[in-house]
Design a protein around this ligand. Structure first.
Ligand code: NAG
Ligand code: NAG
Ligand code: NAG
Length: 190
């Protein structure tokens, strides 16, 4: 309503249709009217911006980083349990199962860094419910790190986790007190 009323007025000012009478008084009025309109437009934009930020308050956003500070031995198809937490807003990541469950539908970003035992193969996938998405395969001398980086559209209740490749028994994910292995995820947009 307000914009509809003020917008034609702004156009008139901009195109010079107001101010046909060229007295110093009208041009002063013109200038202050113009400043007021610009100020109001900026204020309206500002309100929008604040509303957007409010929507992204920390308490409303599922966001987690879980990590390990010890190795985990993994049988075939086992889920990696990142059993320590730095962040777990909305408590959507479960340290006892290693599974993130989306509390709200939306676009999510997930990433993980997984370190192998020195000289040992580590073959994992990031799973979305009962389907594999990205894989990470590391092998060779020394410790290697595999990484995951995906953006996924999730429905409420969808599960995300890292799981051992089937048929690859007795793998281990490495970590120690330097916290080498981590798993993170957060909502980008609803
Ligand atoms: C979300 O994170 C903020 C900042 O770390 C914290 O103050 C708040 O308690 C967290 N909320 C939940 C529900 O975990
Ligand atoms: C994923 O699994 C959950 C139950 O664990 C189910 O509620 C949800 O609909 C599934 N999502 C898809 C995309 O199949
Ligand atoms: C690993 O993370 C824990 C928890 O934040 C921290 O106390 C510890 O200092 C970290 N390890 C190292 C070597 O920084």
């Amino acid at each position: 309503m307000f914009i509809m009323l003020s917008f034609p007025l702004l156009l008139l000012v901009l195109t010079g249709h107001i101010g046909i009478v060229r007295s110093s008084c009208t041009s002063k009025l013109e200038k202050s009217l113009f400043d007021d309109l610009i100020g109001m437009m900026l204020k309206l934009k500002g309100t929008e911006h604040i509303a957007y930020r409010k929507e992204l308050r920390q308490n409303d956003i599922p966001a987690f980083t879980a990590y390990r500070n010890s190795a985990q031995r993994l049988s075939s198809n086992a889920i990696v349990k990142f059993d320590k937490l730095w962040t777990n807003n909305l408590s959507a990541y479960d340290v006892t199962t290693g599974v993130f469950t989306a509390p709200i539908a939306g676009l999510y970003h997930f990433s993980a860094v997984v370190m192998s035992i020195s000289g040992k193969t580590l073959f994992l996938h990031l799973w979305h419910n009962d389907s594999k998405t990205a894989g990470s395969y590391t092998n060779g001398d020394g410790h290697k790190t595999g990484t995951f980086d995906v953006v996924l559209t999730l429905k409420k209740g969808d599960r995300i986790y890292l799981r051992c490749k089937g048929g690859h028994d007795s793998q281990s994910i490495y970590s120690d007190s330097d916290n080498y292995s981590t798993f993170s995820g957060y909502l980008i947009a609803q």
